[in-house]
Structure formats: C-alpha cells, structure tokens
Write a protein that binds this ligand. Structure first.
Ligand code: RTP
Ligand code: MG
Length: 204
C-alpha cells in the first residue's frame, strides 16, 4: 500500500524519527556527506534535514503537449537541478472525470470544455516533487499562465507560446497539491521515502 497524500503532506514521521535518533542535524557535516551518510531510502533525518525544515509538495504534470513534444526530460531536469526530490512519477491517460475534477474551480469558464479535452487528448506525466517551499518555488519555475507573459528562463517562458498549450501544470498551493496528489495517485501513490546522497550539499 502506498503512502497517502495526507501522510506526505504531514511530512511523515521519517524525518522526526531520524532527528530524534541523531539529535541536531548540524551533526551532519561535510565528512558525513562525503561518506554518503544518510543515503538511499533511510529516514530524512539521516539525510541531514532539520526538524523544522519545510516539506511541501507539488504535483506537476507535463501536459499532453509536453509529452508529445519530448520535453518531459527537460522539465524533470529543471526540478532535479533545482534540488527538488522526485517522489513519484507515472505516465497516465487522464479520464475525463479526473480532468473535470482537477479543474473544477474553472468549470464556469468558457474554456473549461476545451481545457478538459486538451488534458485528455494524450498521455500526461504526473509527478510528485518534494523540497523546501516546493509549491511556490515550482510555480516560479513554471512561469505565468500565458507563456507570452512568462519570464524567459521559466518552463513556459522557454518552451511554450500559447495559453492553451502551456506544457505543464503545477499546484498553486499546498492544499491544492494535497488534493491533486490524492486525485492523480490515490492509494497507489507509491512514493519512495528516499533522499539523494547529495542532500547535505543542497540543504543545510
Ligand atoms: P495550471 O493550473 O494548468 O498550472 O495553470 P495556472 O495555474 O497557471 O492557470 P489557471 O488559471 O489555473 O488555468 C488553468 C489552465 O486553463 C487554461 N487557461 N486558459 N483561455 C484562457 O484565458 C485560459 N486561462 C487559463 C490554461 O491552459 C491554464 O494552464
Ligand atoms: Mg491552476
């Protein structure tokens, strides 16, 4: 059974277990990092995160145009390079009901029907990324809704030209991320509780 969205949102207890075991994570110094301490699937505390570290989640989707255009790898690289940690990923043919639920806040908009059709028009790649302030940070990396207004250097600013083909969706709040993770991954979320060995070089 996978990890539920609410467990993810609460940051689970892995980090707390680790922190309790090891005391202050300031104990994890460069020598620890050099030895790869805290590697792999051990608790987050072992990976060098402080107990008060933010743990937010983003459910990012490469939309059908992103998949068709072969920019999924680039999008993944951007989040990886930022220092976020990939917790789950799947390629998915989105059922209409899921698309309608996902964008339910926009159901009164004139473009709602086209938006749902677009999301269902081809495979999407659903991802869960984790990191400090991940939701806000990912939104900044994704850029404005209209790619012509997205700053160069953002995903939409660099890879898209039209609002109806803006390549990627990102959760707009922690609450939205929780809802979207549950909607897109449900019980079979299958997140791996892991931290890269490089974490102590990315996060204090
Ligand atoms: P998203 O949810 O897809 O990440 O996009 P967003 O937060 O930047 O923008 P949102 O207002 O949530 O809109 C969701 C998607 O609806 C389409 N849209 N079309 N024709 C229009 O004026 C219009 N406005 C929004 C876009 O595909 C947008 O990504
Ligand atoms: Mg939105």
């Amino acid at each position: 059974m996978g990890i539920m969205a609410r467990d993810l949102a609460s940051g689970d207890d892995a980090g707390r277990r680790g922190s309790t075991r090891r005391g202050s994570t300031r104990e994890l110094d460069a020598r620890d990092a050099g030895r790869g301490r805290g590697a792999g699937t051990r608790g987050r505390g072992d990976a060098g995160l402080t107990e008060s570290a933010e743990r937010f989640f983003v459910s990012s989707r490469c939309r059908p145009d992103g998949v068709q255009r072969g920019v999924v790898g680039e999008i993944i690289s951007r989040f990886e390079n930022k220092g976020m940690v990939l917790k789950a990923l799947k390629t998915y043919a989105c059922p209409k009901a899921v698309a309608e639920e996902h964008y339910r806040d926009l159901s009164s908009k004139p473009f709602f029907g086209d938006l749902v059709d677009y999301i269902c028009s081809g495979p999407v790649v659903a991802m869960i990324w984790e990191g400090p302030g991940a939701v806000k940070s990912a939104r900044l990396m994704i850029g404005a809704t209209n790619p012509l207004e997205s700053a160069p250097g953002t995903i939409r600013g660099d890879l898209a030209v039209e609002v109806g083909r803006n390549v990627i969706h990102g959760s707009d709040s922690v609450e939205s991320a929780e809802r979207e993770i549950a909607l897109w991954f449900g019980d079979e979320v299958g997140c791996v509780d892991w931290q890269p060995t490089i974490t102590p070089w990315v996060r204090e």
